[in-house]
Design a protein around this ligand. Structure first.
Ligand code: AR6
Length: 181
């Protein structure tokens, strides 16, 4: 994983989020919590079958109707180098009217969960910008605003935004770098 840029508590990196070493990685899951493609599939493959079992348990105990969009749920990381996985469900861009609020909720609630557990190093993928179709430049604005609003409450928390390609990372940086520091 290559870090391209750091400002305050936020870093931007390119690589495979399943290789991230830290307290938690965030998973761009779906409401079933039972796995899927994209980064969700990669995280389940790298974490092993125990992660699926933990997600099934979450469904049975806490979320029988599935995890709502914008909500978060915590499991261990099992075979991952990250100690935990924070599962969240982003909005499907074309089907959601309050998609910006829902995307912001994914990030804000993940940060609050991490901060509340005393985590100090977490990583996010670019939630909703793959299969769920959120335009990466629009998502970047939401992500940056949410992080800069929420992180002051958790001064020990360092966040890495992990993009799968250099192009995606550059799109993000192109949106946020012109903003005042
Ligand atoms: N590391 C970092 N980023 C990745 C990785 C990886 N290993 N693999 C993919 N990405 P997506 P969504 C990037 O589609 O849009 C799943 O099937 C990818 O390039 O994974 O929130 C779930 O089960 C993109 O930029 O998530 C849901 O059904 C970003 O991760 C649905 O997809 C998000 O793409 C969720 O869709």
């Amino acid at each position: 994983m290559q870090t391209l840029w750091t400002q305050g508590q936020i870093s931007v990196a390119v690589g495979d989020i399943t290789r991230f070493e830290g307290d938690a990685i965030v998973n761009a899951a779906n409401r079933t919590l039972l796995g899927g493609g994209g980064v969700d599939g990669a995280i389940h493959r790298a974490a092993g079958r125990d992660l699926l079992a933990a997600c099934r348990h979450l469904r049975e105990s806490e979320w029988p109707d599935g995890l709502p969009v914008g909500e978060v749920a915590l499991t261990a990381g099992f075979a991952l180098p990250a100690r935990h996985v924070i599962h969240t469900v982003g909005p499907v861009y074309a089907k959601s009217e309050d998609r910006a609020d829902q995307l912001a909720s994914c990030y804000r609630k993940s940060l609050e969960l991490a901060g509340g557990h005393g985590f100090e190093r977490i990583a996010f993928p670019a939630i909703s910008t793959g299969v769920y179709g959120y335009p990466p430049a629009d998502a970047a604005q939401v992500v940056w605003q949410t992080l800069t609003e929420t992180l002051p409450a958790w001064p020990k928390l360092e966040v890495t935004l992990v993009f799968f390609s250099r192009t995606d990372a550059d799109t993000f940086l192109g949106e946020v770098r012109p903003l005042p520091e």
